[in-house]
Design a protein around this ligand. Structure first.
Ligand SMILES: CSC[C@H]1O[C@H](OP(=O)(O)O)[C@H](O)[C@@H]1O
Ligand code: ADE
Length: 287
């Protein structure tokens, strides 16, 4: 059996992935609309890879405007079994300094229902288990790869996913700290939910770029400061990916691949034909 591809979703500051062989650009349509940009497919150390810049090339899409459903559906169409997200995050802990890497394993949802975060609806009800929202095996792999690549890396932690686009108020930032959350960003929770529904493993390389606005002796977050830290650390993120890919196994042994096996509630006889068609790639095998 051919190996599943590894998808990389590049966040702020990561719009291209160099070093792939046999590169092709693929423009896809999905039943959920258009993805953020063309996918780039290629090979890395013998592993099939698919890259997509989350906000589009040129960073054109707000976190709330990204069509996450289309992005994940496109990854599924291209045979992706694991997604590595690369993201910029604000730090909510003193010990997570700008320039450090975090591999988050939990989320707090502060999105506002503006963005679509489920493939389901339109006559088909399903509830995915999301107690452990990222793939443990993939996260361990990313943690080890980050150590090998020479990063200062924090294993685990809670990612607060806010709606944006404005950054947090100081009161909000203090509130997230009181929850013992580790980092804050605007994108990853939505992707993790959809990846779970699509039975794709999801793991995060989060680059700490700032101390948000809670720190007494560091400046409040600005885009300029974020971009400067990303510029200095983007090579590290790419080297973590390259390292991780060399150790990825052909077969997935985690629960992600069968996550939706018992998730569909709707009586099969009442699912509208159009909805069946739309969701065929996601849960067709269970209907
Ligand atoms: C660059 S400012 C805030 C922006 O950066 C993060 O993006 P991504 O998660 O795609 O790396 C954050 O979530 C915001 O979208
Ligand atoms: N402080 C912050 N808040 C939200 N998203 C971010 N991305 C990077 N830094 C951030």
């Amino acid at each position: 059996m051919a190996m599943d591809a590894v998808g990389v979703i590049g966040g702020s500051g990561l719009y291209e992935m160099e070093g792939l062989e046999d590169v092709a650009r693929v423009r896809l349509e999905t039943p959920f609309g258009a993805p953020s940009d063309e996918y780039v497919t290629g090979m890395l150390g013998g592993v099939p890879m698919v890259f997509l810049p989350r906000h589009g090339r040129g960073h054109r899409l707000l976190p709330s405007e990204v069509n996450y459903c289309a992005n994940i559906h496109g990854m599924k169409q291209l045979g992706v079994g694991r997604i590595i997200s690369v993201s910029a995050v604000g730090s909510l802990k003193e010990s997570i300094e700008p320039g450090h890497i975090v591999i988050p394993d939990q989320f707090v949802d502060r999105t506002k229902g503006v963005r679509r975060d489920s493939f389901f609806g339109d006559g088909l009800v399903a509830h995915a288990g999301f107690a452990d929202p990222v793939c443990h095996e993939l996260s361990v792999l990313l943690y080890r790869a980050a150590l090998t690549a020479g990063a200062t890396v924090h294993r685990g932690g809670t990612y607060v996913c806010m709606e944006g686009p404005a950054f947090s108020t100081r009161a909000e930032s203090f509130m997230y700290r009181s929850l013992d959350a580790s980092v804050i960003g605007m994108t990853n929770l939505t992707e993790a939910k959809l990846a779970r529904e699509a039975e794709i493993c999801y793991g995060i390389i989060a680059l700490s770029t700032d101390y948000d606005c809670w720190h007494e002796t560091h400046d409040d977050v600005t885009v300029e400061a974020i971009l400067e830290i990303i510029r200095r650390n983007v090579a590290m993120a790419k080297s973590i990916i390259r390292q991780a890919v060399t150790e990825i196994r052909a077969v997935r042994n985690c629960a992600c691949a069968t996550a939706m096996q018992y998730a569909v509630l709707t009586d099969r006889s009442v699912i509208p034909a159009e909805t069946r068609r739309k969701l065929d790639l996601i849960v067709g095998k269970y209907l």
